[in-house]
Design a protein around this ligand. Structure first.
Ligand SMILES: [Zn+2]
Length: 76
């Protein structure tokens, strides 16, 4: 009996590559998060990035959105 070893990699159509699962560098100060697909999915919420801190964390999935102007964006 043969074992089919097929690796299917599902990638979204967005041009952004998936980086660290819980960190995303964005160019807007207001972002929407729905947790993406899978177990982390949650109702869509809008998050405002703190201009003082340069990032905001989603209260649902703990995903961190870092503004591209932030020094923290070295976390690629
Ligand atoms: Zn989220």
């Amino acid at each position: 009996m043969q074992t089919a070893c097929v690796v299917t990699k599902e990638e979204s159509d967005t041009t952004m590559t998936i980086q660290a699962p819980e960190t995303e560098v964005v160019s807007q100060w207001k972002v929407a998060c729905d947790g993406g697909e899978g177990a982390l999915g949650h109702p869509r919420v809008w998050l405002s990035i703190s201009k003082e801190r340069g990032y905001v964390e989603c209260g649902y999935c703990d995903k961190k959105f870092i503004h591209e102007s932030s020094k923290l964006s070295d976390v690629e």
